[in-house]
Design a protein around this ligand. Structure first.
Ligand code: GLY
Length: 306
């Protein structure tokens, strides 16, 4: 058994570890932990504490993958409802689809019994508006949002503070390897923008035969490279976990043009190994790891690759 999650996972990592230790289904254990992260207002990139889109509206993305069957479920640009990871899991379990977005995702969330609620906290609303006040002329502020937004999309995105996510990867007692992600996406993103967190193969992937991977930070890069799938496919082709992660990072490093920034890649294999690599994100990045030999999840630092 193993549980790996990124630094934002602290509100739920213990519950996920305890659920795995009790022998619960691994995917349910991950969603239980992620749901707590989504409800924690001090985590400023996921759920309640996250940042809104350019219009001041919260839009959540989440994805899950069951590595036993390679079934996946995801939601994108989900409004008014959390936990988004729980909705993603039910997309996988109840529908013949893999990804719901926008109004359809919201409708489905209510159908499965979740309640709509205010998900934009006052501090996020205030910071969002202050940022717009800095970017827009007084005339444009007056007519906002009745103005083209595209030109704002590069200027209002606050680089590293706001592009995080929470990702959980785990292998349960039965050997099932699963993944789950959740995010409010980039702060001040263009409305409707999806990152990698709801895109299987980019932001997350799991296959109980080999391992799992998930990414945080710049989804625009991992979508281009199919990063999480690259790691797991490389292991299928015989790469060690470390070499598979290196291959995926090399692919990111070879990208030219478009929006380029940092990515943190988290990965486990079916033999209890893990790798976390910080590719070009500023500063030190922590993560959480738990295995049955540990009394509680431990906080470690990611390897840095520039
Ligand atoms: N990795 C999170 C995002 O790009 O939305």
């Amino acid at each position: 058994m193993i549980l790996l999650a990124n630094s934002e996972a602290w509100p739920g990592i213990n519950q996920s570890a305890e659920a795995l230790a009790r022998g619960e289904n691994g995917l349910d254990a991950l969603v239980e932990g992620i749901s707590r992260v989504e409800r924690e207002v001090t985590v400023r990139s996921v759920g309640y504490g996250g940042w809104p889109n350019m219009l001041g509206v919260m839009e959540f993305d989440a994805g899950v993958m069951d590595g036993n069957t390679r079934e996946t479920g995801a939601v994108g640009a989900l409004r008014d409802v959390i936990p988004a990871a729980q909705v993603a899991r039910e997309v996988m379990r109840r529908l013949p689809h893999t990804l719901l977005t926008g109004d359809g995702a919201r409708r489905f969330a209510l159908e499965i019994g979740l309640k709509p609620e205010e998900t934009l906290i006052e501090d996020s609303r205030k910071v969002w508006w202050e940022r717009l006040e800095k970017e827009l002329s007084p005339e444009d502020l007056k007519r906002f949002p009745e103005l083209p937004l595209a030109s704002l999309s590069r200027s209002v995105t606050d680089p590293e503070r706001v592009r995080d996510t929470t990702v959980f990867l785990g292998q349960d007692k039965a050997g099932g390897i699963h993944s789950a992600t959740s995010t409010s996406g980039w702060a001040w993103k263009y409305p409707g923008r999806l990152g990698d967190s709801p895109i299987a193969g980019a932001g997350f992937y799991a296959d109980s035969r080999y391992g799992a991977a998930a990414c945080t930070h710049t989804g625009e890069m991992t979508v281009r490279c199919g990063t999480a799938r690259t790691v797991v496919l490389a292991m299928k082709l015989g790469y060690s976990l470390a070499d598979a992660v290196k291959l995926a990072i090399d692919e990111l490093a070879e990208l030219k043009g478009g929006f380029l920034a940092g990515v943190v890649l988290h990965a486990i294999d079916a033999h209890g190994n893990h790798e976390v690599v910080n590719f070009r994100c500023p500063g030190e990045i922590a993560y959480w790891i738990w295995q049955p030999s540990m009394s509680a999840p431990e906080r470690h630092m990611a390897k840095i690759i520039k």
